[in-house]
Design a protein around this ligand. Structure first.
Ligand code: HEM
Ligand SMILES: *[C@@H]1O[C@H](CO)[C@@H](O)[C@H](O)[C@H]1NC(C)=O
Ligand SMILES: *[C@@H]1O[C@H](CO)[C@@H](O)[C@H](O)[C@H]1NC(C)=O
Ligand SMILES: *[C@@H]1O[C@H](CO)[C@@H](O)[C@H](O)[C@H]1NC(C)=O
Ligand SMILES: *[C@@H]1O[C@H](CO)[C@@H](O)[C@H](O)[C@H]1NC(C)=O
Ligand SMILES: *[C@@H]1O[C@H](CO)[C@@H](O)[C@H](O)[C@H]1NC(C)=O
Ligand SMILES: *[C@@H]1O[C@H](CO)[C@@H](O)[C@H](O)[C@H]1NC(C)=O
Ligand SMILES: *[C@@H]1O[C@H](CO)[C@@H](O)[C@H](O)[C@H]1NC(C)=O
Ligand SMILES: *[C@@H]1O[C@H](CO)[C@@H](O)[C@H](O)[C@H]1NC(C)=O
Ligand SMILES: *[C@@H]1O[C@H](CO)[C@@H](O)[C@H](O)[C@H]1NC(C)=O
Length: 532
């Protein structure tokens, strides 16, 4: 194919389009989820934490309606995770955290708006690498950690269900025997069930609107439009208050599921009393141990997955993290590697330089950006927030010839190496999604001067998250893109281009470049509000 003038036009047209980078460390999934865990506030904060900042925020509405709704997004996320998990049958190896709850919102046992509220917020974050079920689990990690509790080690790797699961979430009217049997099936014995429920019912409310069998309708007022009655006196703090108020019979006295006017709706009272209050008294006496008990039980809950699903090692915050590192060709036809280095500091912000040194010897000392970010991640036992600092770089390819990696070094940090390659790569400025036309267009560059590299073995696959019926969880549709050589403006580099039809994406479209079947480059396009 001959070069066309339309290529030059699209170069200018596409250059301003925001795209995420192609080198993800250590992998796209871990890089994206680490962003949610670590970048909580300030510069480049993940839009995920925003939903639960402050912790009594209700993200589904804004302004007065949100305040008067007395709904709590952080609490909704925790309840959604419990309901998704609650139908697990560990002996059979079915159910658990798999986002099947998205198909089950019409069931009586899943009464309330929490499920679709949460899925609506999470939907734009779903892509080929990040399933809804991992977001559902990270939601609980974030709610607990940012709202007063401790950090629950977070392992990714869940798999989204494609159909609804079995029934079996305990309801306020469910008998004690049935409730204990349901918990037993999930692998939680009586004391586990009591403690897990106390851990869950330390934030949020019961809403009279959705639960008339628990609460009188006169709780519904103009400034409490759903008739919320809080489970404890600290609705948006993950603390021990629910246990204290139950045992001491103060404040909310354990909440509406203890004190309901309707005796058959006092499910928490039945459960807490079922061992003569022993577990609740133990929790009462355990002081801060309550938090550790909750971490253990909630981690077990989140890690209950169908047999065959293998979770990955827990994600840790990266002290040094390259972000949006990508090769591209500028409007001046210059090959450039650009990106940012995020440094995570536990104490004072040092003034020491950060250097990047490439494997060909080229080195640069980077200048920090002004904006700082705040991370709730406690790397040690530090009681303070950590701070993130960003260092941008943009280096001509001519300086980097032959480089296969770069090393980031700074005083007080262990230097780290990160691999790069430039045999072939997707060109961000020449790749885009056109939602109106329903197409994705990709241009890749490949070395035409490397003897050990065969451009004819390159292929492109696109994965698009799209709506599916009956759930707000997108499904991932994979599409191959046929490539044809086009004229390249850069000596020694060939361009290949192609496009394919896709359905309207709900989140980032991922483009994968393979060489002889092996993935050598990945690019996320149009991440939208998720901002990956
Ligand atoms: C016997 C077991 C349980 C029953 C019968 C039960 C029942 C309920 C009910 C009826 C509500 C009110 C929902 C609303 O009005 O929006 C509620 C709220 C809640 N539940 Fe449970 N629950 C149980 C166990 C758990 C567990 C084990 C967890 C988590 C580990 C949990 C987490 C929550 C949370 C966070 C809320 C507040 C939701 C909000 O404010 O939107 N529950 N529960
Ligand atoms: C990385 O790129 C995305 C998409 O353009 C952008 O939203 C994000 O702010 C960038 N991150 C950094 C640290 O520059
Ligand atoms: C319940 O299970 C926990 C661990 O999951 C265990 O420590 C405890 O002893 C068990 N309790 C009973 C009564 O079996
Ligand atoms: C009490 O709860 C039961 C079980 O949910 C329900 O059938 C009954 O209608 C409720 N009673 C009142 C007065 O709401
Ligand atoms: C909410 O409205 C009630 C009357 O409906 C009023 O007594 C109460 O003070 C109001 N509370 C707040 C926090 O505005
Ligand atoms: C359990 O504790 C509750 C709340 O303090 C109390 O009302 C109830 O009588 C106790 N039950 C038993 C069996 O001790
Ligand atoms: C961490 O930062 C958040 C947001 O700025 C703030 O609300 C919180 O109090 C800080 N926590 C600590 C321990 O400094
Ligand atoms: C880096 O590349 C630029 C532009 O090609 C060149 O002017 C400069 O001398 C190079 N610097 C080093 C240290 O190689
Ligand atoms: C939740 O969303 C799904 C998918 O759009 C829809 O089928 C379902 O009816 C919704 N559930 C509720 C309770 O609104
Ligand atoms: C975060 O969400 C807000 C509002 O939805 C949006 O304006 C902003 O661009 C988003 N941030 C990123 C990084 O996408």
């Amino acid at each position: 194919m001959r070069a066309s003038s339309s290529l030059a036009v699209s170069l200018l047209g596409a250059a301003s389009k925001p795209v995420a980078a192609m080198f993800y460390y250590p992998s796209p999934a871990v890089s994206e989820l680490e962003h949610i865990l670590t970048d909580n506030w300030g510069a480049y904060a993940s839009n995920f934490s925003t939903a639960i900042t402050p912790c009594d925020n209700y993200v589904t509405e804004v302004g007065e309606p949100a305040i008067n709704s007395r709904r709590t997004t952080s609490a909704q996320w925790l309840r959604v995770a419990f309901h998704d998990f609650a139908t697990a049958d560990v002996a059979a190896g079915t159910g658990g955290v798999d986002a099947s709850i998205g198909f089950e919102t019409a069931r009586d046992e899943n009464s309330g708006t929490a499920f679709n509220d949460s899925f609506t917020f999470w939907q734009p974050f779903v892509n080929e690498f990040v399933p809804m079920a991992d977001l559902l689990a990270i939601g609980t990690v974030m709610s607990v950690h940012l709202c007063g509790g401790k950090y629950i080690p977070y392992s990714p790797g869940r798999v989204d269900a494609t159909v609804e699961g079995t029934f079996g979430v305990p309801e306020p009217s469910t008998s004690l025997e049935e409730t204990l049997a349901q918990f037993e099936q999930t692998g939680f014995n009586q004391s586990d069930a009591i403690a897990l429920t106390a851990c869950g019912h330390t934030i949020g409310s019961v809403h009279a609107g959705g639960f008339p069998e628990v609460l009188e309708q006169d709780h519904i007022t103009p400034n409490n439009t759903n008739g919320a009655v809080n489970l404890d006196s600290t609705r948006a703090v993950f603390d021990q208050a629910v246990v204290h108020e139950y045992i001491d019979w103060t404040g909310q006295k354990g909440g509406p599921l203890v004190t309901s006017f309707n005796e058959s709706s006092r499910s928490d009272l039945r459960l807490y009393e079922s061992d003569g209050n022993k577990t609740m008294m133990d929790l009462y006496a355990s002081g801060d141990g309550f938090q550790d008990t909750c971490v253990g039980l909630l981690q077990r809950m989140l890690n209950t997955v169908p047999s065959g699903v293998e979770l990955q090692p827990a994600i840790s915050p990266a002290l040094i993290k390259p972000i949006n590192v990508t090769w591209d060709v500028t409007a001046e036809q210059q090959l450039v590697l650009s990106g940012k280095i995020r440094m995570l500091h536990t104490g004072e912000i040092p003034s020491d330089p950060v250097s990047v040194t490439f494997s060909n010897g080229y080195t640069e000392s980077l200048v920090p950006e002004e904006g700082l970010g705040t991370s709730a991640f406690k790397l040690t036992d530090a009681q303070t927030n950590a701070t993130t600092q960003y260092f941008a770089f943009s280096i001509p390819g001519s300086n980097l010839s032959g480089s296969t990696s770069f090393t980031v070094a700074a005083e007080g940090f262990e230097a780290q190496d990160f691999e790069i390659q430039d045999a072939a790569f997707i060109l961000p400025s020449l790749s885009s999604v056109d939602v109106t036309a329903g197409t994705v267009s990709i241009t890749l560059a490949a070395r035409s001067d490397a003897s050990d590299f065969d451009p004819s073995q390159l292929s492109i696959e696109v994965a698009t998250p799209v709506l599916q019926p009956l759930t707000l969880t997108p499904k991932i549709v994979r599409t191959a893109v046929q490539l044809a050589e086009v004229e390249s403006p850069v000596t020694g580099i060939g361009y290949w281009s192609g496009s394919a039809a896709i359905e309207p994406p709900t989140g980032a479209v991922s483009v994968t470049l393979l060489s002889s079947g092996k993935v050598i480059d990945t690019l996320l396009l149009d991440a939208g509000v998720a901002g990956w």
